[in-house]
Design a protein around this ligand. Structure first.
Ligand SMILES: Nc1ncnc2c1ncn2[C@@H]1O[C@H](COP(=O)(O)OP(=O)(O)OP(=O)(O)O)[C@@H](O)[C@H]1O
Ligand SMILES: [Mg+2]
Length: 316
């Protein structure tokens, strides 16, 4: 597998504030990679450094095996977090204009614009002013612009965050197709978007990489069994549950019977336990439930999801 981009020790400080604090990652050619993190994590800053729009304070990037300071911009197509268009231009004119800015001849820019407008699915609106486009159409036009010079790497900053559900769907569908053709890096704070599209994720928090790897590997490695217990509305049972939770948390803290329950949380009348030994934990719960005659409506065994892991990584 060829590495298209390697990022090493990338750092950006604004005054004394470290927005990006020395991050390392690689992007494999042909992969779709999500840069995932909560608001303020440093996604936009990282992306702007990769695109060459923002100078890093320290660190470097290697494209296709060689450091090409300044020259790598032509390898990248970029869709910013909030792209601005000239509302009086038509979509077609805009892509032609972007093509010429990238050094294409007039004829070549026109040819490429036609292809791309078609490709992103806005040909019926090609001759309409951009001012009349919906959010989804504008994002698709932004993608046509980003692809005009046939970049090796398509970089997008929160490509669907500002869209309504329909626009989101449209753009996600298009991205699903585009990722077959090119290497993609996009940022999002929505895990679901990353799961839907990506091979790899880089989770950043406070300017540092908190977790990275292929989604499948992360899912497998961090999957833990969970037991969920839901009670009926019953004062006695609810009292029992809160005292049981207290005891469990005490055991977890002190390490007695370590290894059976790992975490225990209560949300309304539902308790959620992550466990190491499912059979032992389930048996213990069942014993108590029957001995204390607790009125429960369900007891389910499952697994933690990537969402659980993401929440743990970004909030702990
Ligand atoms: N030009 C700047 N001057 C000072 N601080 C900045 C500047 N740009 C970004 N920051 C700070 O750096 C941190 C990271 O910002 P960044 O925009 O990269 O986050 P983000 O992950 O893209 O967030 P969001 O999800 O809100 O888009 C934030 O705390 C932000 O306030
Ligand atoms: Mg951002």
């Amino acid at each position: 597998m060829t590495e298209l981009l390697q990022v090493r020790g990338l750092t950006k400080t604004f005054g004394t504030f470290k927005a990006v604090a020395g991050i390392d990652f690689s992007i494999t050619e042909g992969h779709c990679v999500a840069l995932l993190g909560p608001n303020g994590a440093g996604k936009t800053t990282t992306i702007r450094m990769i695109t060459g729009l923002l100078k890093q304070t320290a660190g470097h990037m290697v494209f296709q095996g060689s450091v090409q300071a300044g020259k790598h911009r032509e390898l990248i197509g970029y869709l910013p977090q909030s792209p601005s268009f000239y509302p009086w231009m038509t979509g077609y004119e805009y892509v032609v204009y972007a093509g010429k800015l990238c050094g294409l001849s007039s004829a070549a820019a026109q040819k490429r614009a036609k292809e791309l407008i078609e490709r992103v699915g806005i040909s019926t609106a090609a001759k309409r002013r951009i001012g009349s486009y919906s959010g989804g159409m504008k994002q698709r036009l932004g993608l046509a612009q980003a692809l005009v010079h046939q970049p090796k790497l398509l970089v997008m900053d929160e490509p669907v965050s500002a869209l309504d559900p329909l626009g989101r769907r449209e753009v996600l569908e298009l991205l699903r197709e585009l990722k077959q053709e090119t290497t993609v890096l996009f940022s999002t704070h929505v895990l679901h978007d990353a799961e839907e599209l990506c091979d790899d994720v880089i989770i950043i928090r406070d300017g540092q990489v908190a977790l990275q790897g292929s989604i499948d590997t992360i899912r497998k490695e961090h999957r833990k069994p969970i037991i969920e217990l839901q009670l009926e509305r019953d004062a006695y049972s609810e009292r029992w549950l809160s005292s049981f939770l207290q005891r469990m948390n005490q055991e977890i803290k002190t390490g007695t019977k370590a290894g059976v329950f790992e975490t225990a949380e209560l949300d309304n009348r539902t308790a959620r336990f992550t466990v190491n030994e499912v059979d032992a934990a389930r048996q213990r719960l069942l014993d108590e439930l029957s001995r204390e005659q607790v009125k429960f409506s369900s007891l389910a065994v499952g697994h933690t999801t990537l969402e659980d892991l993401f929440m743990k990584v970004v909030t702990s």
